[in-house]
Design a protein around this ligand. Structure first.
Ligand code: F3S
Length: 66
């Protein structure tokens, strides 16, 4: 049985590029200042590709998957 994927946002690295939310709006939310909000939910299997897209999209490498 595969382990579930979780998304971690490094809020100190995030500088509000919003590319994560553009790449995967199903997963990434931005706060009122445009910074990615921390997520503490498991990524459903059907959204794993979207999670990878969001990770790749962030130029600050603030998005990590584990
Ligand atoms: Fe922040 Fe990167 Fe998204 S800088 S808003 S986590 S694209």
């Amino acid at each position: 049985r595969s382990c579930h994927m979780r998304i971690t946002i490094d809020r100190t690295a995030c500088s509000g590029h919003a590319r994560c939310a553009a790449a995967a709006p199903e997963l990434f939310r931005l706060d009122d200042d445009g910074y990615a909000l921390p997520l503490d939910t498991e990524v459903p299997a059907e959204l794993e590709q979207a999670a990878h897209d969001g990770e790749t999209a962030c130029p600050e490498r603030a998005v990590t998957l584990r």
